[in-house]
Design a protein around this ligand. Sequence first.
Ligand code: NI
Length: 157
Amino acid sequence: MRRNRGDGKEIGPCGGIKTGKTVRFGISADARLLEKFDGMIVEKGYANRSEAVRDLIRDQLVEFTWTQNYEEVVGTVTIVYNSESKELTEKLIELQHQNLVNIISSLHVHLDGRNCLEVLLIKGKGKKVKRISDRLIGTKGVKHGRLTLSTTGKEIY
Ligand code: NI
C-alpha cells in the first residue's frame, strides 16, 4: 500500500521513505583500473557497472557506521570450540546471558563428538557489538572466531 507524506515522498509498508531520487554522476578513472573492475563485475555476475558501484558505496557506508558509536549495527559472530571443557562452555553461556539484550539469536551445531559451532547474531552500537564479539572470540579454548559486520539496513538504500 502506498501512502503519501504530503511532501511527495512515498512511505513504504514499514513506515520508512520508500524511494529516493536517483542521481547520475560520472567517475574519472585510469582505463586499466576500469578494465579490471569490469572484469571483476562480470565474474561476480553484476547486471551492470552502476549496481557494482552502488554495492561498493553501501559496503563502505556500513563499514563506516561500525567506526561510529551512534548508529545501531548488526553483526554475526561465528565460533568453533571444544565442548569437552566445562569451564569454556560455562563461560560462553555466562557471556551470552550477560548480553541477552544484544544477542538476539543464536545457532548451535554439534560438528562431531567434541567440536561445536555457534553463530550469534548481535545487535547494538558498534563498540558494544565489537566488545561482546571480542570477549566471545577471545575466550580461552575458542579455536576459531570471526565477526562479520553488517547493517540494520535503516540508512542504506
Ligand atoms: Ni555442541
